[in-house]
Write a protein that binds this ligand. Structure first.
Ligand SMILES: O=S(=O)(CCO)c1ccc(-c2ccc(C3CCCC3)c([C@H]3C[C@H]3c3ccccn3)c2)cc1
Length: 240
């Protein structure tokens, strides 16, 4: 089978991003500051600027009852659900289907005053990995989104600012089998979610504005997205 020109990059970036996501906030050096907490959700960021632009890396950890890593990644990756949970989207389309587990997206995000409107082109890859702690446990699932170039979407349309991002959603399913040997139900499962994102906002925007947008939007996004997966999954058979 002829390899797509992105196949090698996808494999390398996924491996690197999964390794990074697996590092706890303690391990990958100091500098992670907790900026939002809500129940089981903890959001950390590192203050980082590139050419005077805020590119603060973000790492969120969350544990959600009643859903699996496969379900979380399925709803995050699949385009048909995106408008249901990504409230900041004005437009989204699949630019290219590289394979059933690798798509290229174009997304136009709603303008967030006073920043100008942003858009992004990224490849998105979904993969499951053997659970190295528990060989016969459910697999780990991940989705990695990485900005990329695409001839149909040159980044110089003038009206909008092109952003660059790397996102990794890493999910580990925890099963607590019922004592009486009953079949596993949604009360016996939970999902440990790690969400990492680095966004370069493209054109300049005031650091205070960007940090305020992230502080407000990321917690909202993760809570809304996980609530969506719970609601979509609750009356369906468990996807391990
Ligand atoms: O995880 S994903 O791949 C999910 C697929 O959609 C992802 C997450 C976040 C973004 C993103 C990147 C930058 C901005 C800012 C930069 C300056 C002004 C707009 C925003 C604005 C819309 C706000 C926002 C921030 C955080 C979370 C959601 N909404 C969003 C894009 C993709």
């Amino acid at each position: 089978m002829v390899q797509h020109h992105l196949t090698a990059e996808v494999d390398a970036v996924v491996k690197q991003q999964v390794a990074m996501a697996r590092l706890g906030v303690g391990e990958c050096g100091t500098g992670w500051q907790l900026f939002a907490e809500d129940g089981e959700m903890r959001m950390y960021r590192r203050e980082q600027e590139v050419d005077g632009m805020v590119v603060d890396p973000l790492k969120a950890v969350h544990t959600v009852k009643g859903i699996t890593g496969h379900e979380v990644c399925h709803y995050f990756f699949s385009p048909q659900y995106r408008y249901d949970w990504e409230t900041t989207l004005e437009h989204m389309n699949v630019v290219e289907t590289i394979s059933e587990d690798t798509l290229v997206f174009y997304q136009l995000h709603k303008r967030i005053w006073p920043a100008s409107q942003r858009d992004v082109v990224f490849w998105s890859h979904i993969r499951h990995l053997p659970n190295d702690q528990d060989r016969d446990g459910p697999h780990i699932w991940t989705v990695v989104n990485q900005s990329t170039e695409h001839p149909e979407y040159p980044g110089c349309s003038g009206k909008t600012v092109r952003i660059y991002l790397t996102v990794c959603l890493l999910c580990q399913t925890i099963v607590n089998p019922p004592k009486d040997g009953a079949p596993i139900s949604r009360n016996d499962i939970s999902c440990k979610i790690t969400y990492c994102s680095v966004v370069n906002p493209g054109g300049w925007a005031p650091a205070s504005v960007l940090r305020a947008v992230y502080k407000r939007e990321y917690p909202k996004f993760l809570k809304r997205f996980t609530a969506y997966v719970i609601n979509q999954s609750k009356n369906k058979p468990i996807m391990f």
